[in-house]
Design a protein around this ligand. Structure first.
Ligand code: NAD
Length: 360
């Protein structure tokens, strides 16, 4: 295995790994370990260049620091990317080589699955390192984190409904869900069970049909979905959905969805605030998966306990919404500040003790 340490300002450790035998080309970025070892998934993606892969791992690992901090976890932020096509480029040897890369960091970084990588792939990683979670359930792992992410989003969406409309009863509440993949589908199931009226969109029509058939949802074109009138919009597809073009189109009272990096930039959060659209910061509301994985790392994963721990998401969002209202500032700005406070102190921020009561 060839390794190259990349010195990157603001990051604790960034390493490029190359294994000729298996074809692995991977970057692992450890952004911050002030709260504990770094945790973040491994993404497999056909990046156009090594520079693009590096930029992505840097951006994603920094996001994990904030996410883990506000999820109340004693874990830092890190991430890994593997350059390759997840449909055609996977092999046990590739993931074993990746496991050796993780192991070489000597516990500084815990990996798990992310886009393009499954719990089954983690089985091979686990042959080479103990610093892996999100393992299949037959290995004592927590399996696919998506249902936990969806449950956390569901709780966060209820918090947003309560803040914006004065009730968290979703009966008859009109909700747009874009992106009907692992998380979006499960979120639709939970919302439908709670009596919400769904409008759904995906670039994959078969996924739309499935949700329509199962939950009686209405359909929207992926672009037109932004302009539909509804109570809540739940972006569950890719990042950057909330930008200068889409924000003026929105006809909703709140945004509460799973997608990572929903805001094109922090100013888009200000624009939403100005328009009176309540935004549930993405890295706070979508932390259910990482909360479940952290339970697995702590050594005693239990489904009921992992779901109960997701309750922290709602309490954190409530604190953010309250503070946003009092200070008249965008929710994403408040979330970033709370995360920074926790990191700077390496402990629970004094003025937000209530939201971190679950911290071990
Ligand atoms: P997924 O790949 O299973 O699903 C994504 C879905 O979005 C697919 O059905 C795809 O067809 C659809 N899509 C892509 N582009 C679209 C567009 N322009 N308009 C409408 N639909 C589009 O992914 P997932 O695991 O469900 O994750 C969804 C989002 O949530 C991602 O942004 C992911 O980073 C984030 N997230 C996921 C988890 C998790 O546990 N899976 C945790 C945290 C955050």
């Amino acid at each position: 295995m060839k390794t190259e340490v990349i010195h990157q300002k603001g990051y604790e450790k960034v390493v490029k790994f190359r294994d000729i035998g298996s074809g692995l080309i991977s970057y692992i970025a450890v952004h911050n370990t002030a709260l504990g070892p770094a945790l973040g998934g491994c993404r497999m993606w056909p990046y156009a260049s090594h520079e693009e892969a590096l930029a992505d791992v840097l951006r994603l690992s920094k996001g994990m620091t904030q996410k883990n901090a506000l999820a109340g976890l004693n874990l830092g932020g890190g991430k890994a990317v593997i350059i390759g096509n997840s449909s055609t480029g996977k092999s046990p040897a590739l993931f074993k080589a990746f496991g050796r890369a993780v192991e070489s960091l000597k516990g500084l970084y815990y990996t798990a699955e992310d886009v393009g990588v499954s719990a089954e792939d983690m089985r091979h990683v686990a042959r080479e390192t103990k610093n892996v979670a999100g393992l299949p359930e037959d290995m004592g792992g927590s399996g696919d984190p998506s249902p936990f992410t969806a449950y956390g989003v569901f709780l966060g969406l209820k918090a947003a409904a309560n803040q914006r409309f004065g009730t968290d009863d979703l009966q008859g509440v009109k909700i747009i869900v874009t992106g009907l993949g692992h998380v979006g589908f499960e979120l639709c199931r939970l919302l439908s069970k709670a009596g919400a009226k769904l409008i759904v969109a995906d670039i994959d029509v078969t996924k739309v049909r499935r949700v329509q058939d199962l939950f009686g949802a209405g359909e929207a074109h992926p672009v037109e979905a932004f302009a539909k009138t509804a109570d809540i919009f739940a972006p569950c597809a890719l990042g950057g959905a909330l930008n200068d073009a889409t924000i003026p189109m929105l006809q909703v009272g709140a945004i509460a969805g799973a997608a990572n990096n929903q805001l094109k930039d922090a100013g888009c959060g200000d624009a939403l605030h100005k328009r009176g659209i309540l935004y549930a910061p993405d890295y706070v509301i979508n932390a259910g998966g990482v909360i479940s994985i952290a339970e697995e790392i702590s050594g005693a994963w239990d489904k009921k306990k992992a779901l109960a721990q997701c309750g922290r998401i709602r309490r954190t969002l409530e604190a953010i919404f309250d503070r946003s209202a009092v200070l008249n500032q965008a929710t994403n700005r408040i979330a970033d500040r709370l995360a920074a406070e926790r990191l700077n102190q390496g402990q629970i921020p004094r003025n937000a003790q209530d939201i971190f009561e679950g911290v071990a």
